[in-house]
Design a protein around this ligand. Structure first.
Ligand code: GLN
Length: 485
């Protein structure tokens, strides 16, 4: 049986008749069944995927040229709308809600003959870092089932990690693609803000949200990214011309100018072994002739508070539509008035973490507190954007850990939401500043879990990000990074 390696090789095998799309879909369905306990999928589109595969196999036999994602098996996060399919943001409030239209990014994949195999579990409304906050229950990390896969796109990560699809879509508002990629040993990319249409992506915090991708092969990530990086009149926050020519990745045989933040690499929360391995890599890069400078970033301690003030404010507004009238669950309790009606619907529909964030967001926007919290956080965001502009005027990329530690144990941070928020220290900056970032699975920890290196490039510098990633993966991926085959 052909074992999937990357899309290009798969297409060659298809053309040579060594494998069919039906074989692949069947193989993935078997893996999904075998790994059911990992809880990565909300729904599996078994019949539909098999039918599409059969259609593609028949077309291919008639000699028609292959579209770019012909037979590529993809899973999507349960926050991406797909007409006629359920989408719930893994929340009781949207349970059994059916999408009325298809997200633009997903439509671009369908147009290229991708096969969508199902939608994946996530933290409710993409709020979380462990995939433990889901109405469908937690997702397990396939490398160690006592550990979380990360979040919020944990299901999408595990779907790729445990070979249940070829690539997957997630969403990244503050790290929800990069951090699960880090915990699961995958490549996870968050493109710059405005690179990919958000039309049809259920909103958490609109000025932060971006669709991102998981894969095991950089070329696959680059190919899919290039196909979904297209302008969409339905999203007015898109860049006029998103980065293009991302695939094939034009090899950059040059030395890069990197920097890293002294405060980030010396942060007390950073695991010592992660710190040592990244420091070791920095030394190797210098020895290879790249510039790697340590720079001062005195705003580091402000980024997590700014992120949680601004994203919860946006969430409180975005989630107000789930009121049981326009959208969402209706309680069966007889309400005494309209307020009670909303109250019952939302009390039953939302989980604990989502309620916490709606309340926090409502608080920071309320009269009397707006200036103290919301306006102040916006000012910090402006400072961060300016600081990042200045850095990127001088450097090609910033190097950072993706997460202060490897995959957490299940339940480790249950009781302490603040501790959980603080673990987002390395990822939220890219969303606050709207720049591009990737987590590359370069390292293995002595606790047998993988971890990544995060690389950030300026807004619209996806090509540089991919070129750097290509170099790093080629030269610096430690041979013992665990991969499930
Ligand atoms: N962990 C972050 C949070 O809980 C990231 C969420 C995300 O990127 N969707 O907000």
């Amino acid at each position: 049986m052909y074992v999937f390696n990357n899309i290009e090789q798969y297409h060659r095998q298809l053309k040579e008749g060594k494998v069919t799309c039906t074989d692949m879909v069947q193989e993935y369905l078997t893996q999904i069944e075998k790994n059911k306990h990992l809880n990565a999928f909300v729904e599996v589109y078994t019949n539909e995927a098999l039918q599409k595969a059969a259609e593609l196999d028949a077309n291919r036999n008639s000699g028609a040229p292959l579209k770019k994602l012909h037979g590529v098996v993809i899973a999507i996060k349960d926050v991406i709308c797909y007409e006629g399919h359920k989408v719930s943001a893994s929340s009781a409030i949207l349970k059994d809600f059916t999408s009325l239209y298809t997200a633009t990014a997903l439509q671009f994949l369908l147009d290229e003959d991708a096969i969508i195999i199902g939608n994946c579990n996530c933290d409710e409304f993409a709020m979380g870092s462990t995939n433990e906050n889901s109405v469908y229950g937690k997702v397990l990390n396939a490398m160690d089932e006592q550990k979380v896969p990360g979040g919020s796109s944990g299901g999408s990560a595990v779907a790729v990690q445990a070979n249940m699809c070829m690539v997957s879509l997630g969403s990244d508002t503050g790290g929800s693609v990069r951090q699960p990629a880090d915990f699961c040993g995958l490549i996870g990319i968050k493109p710059s803000y405005g690179q990919i249409s958000r039309y049809g992506l259920l909103a958490y915090a609109s000025s932060f949200d971006q669709i991102g991708l998981f894969g095991k092969a950089l070329d696959d990530v680059a190919l899919v990214l290039s196909l979904i990086s297209k302008n969409d009149p339905m999203d007015s926050t898109m860049e006029a011309s998103p980065s293009s020519n991302l695939f094939p990745i034009k090899e950059a045989d040059r030395k890069f100018k990197y920097c890293y933040f002294s405060q980030a690499l010396n942060h007390p929360s950073l695991d010592k072994e992660i710190q040592q391995k990244i420091t070791g890599l920095i030394e190797q890069l210098r020895a290879e002739g790249h510039t790697v400078n340590e720079i001062d970033f005195d705003l580091l301690d402000y980024i997590v508070p700014a992120y949680y003030v601004l994203t919860t404010a946006e969430a409180s507004s975005n989630l107000s539509r789930y009121d049981g009238i326009r959208f969402g669950h209706q309680s069966s309790i007889e309400p005494k008035d309209l307020s009670a009606f909303y109250f019952n619907n939302r009390t039953e529909g939302f989980g604990l973490e989502v309620k916490r964030r709606i309340m926090l967001g409502t608080f920071v926007l309320s009269t009397g507190y707006y200036d103290a919290y919301y306006s102040k956080a916006q000012k910090i965001r402006t400072l961060l954007v300016n600081k990042m502009k200045a850095i990127f005027a001088e450097y090609d990329a910033i190097l950072m850990p993706t997460s202060p530690e490897t995959a957490f144990n299940i339940g480790q941070n249950d009781k302490d939401p603040i501790a959980m928020y603080l673990a987002d220290i390395y990822t939220v900056l890219a969303n606050l500043a709207g720049v591009a970032a990737i987590s590359l699975p370069l390292f293995s920890h002595s606790n047998n879990m993988p971890f990544g290196l995060q690389v950030m490039t300026n807004k619209s510098e996806e090509l540089t990000l991919l070129q750097i990633s290509q170099q790093l993966l080629l030269k610096h991926k430690s041979a013992d990074v665990p991969f499930l085959s």
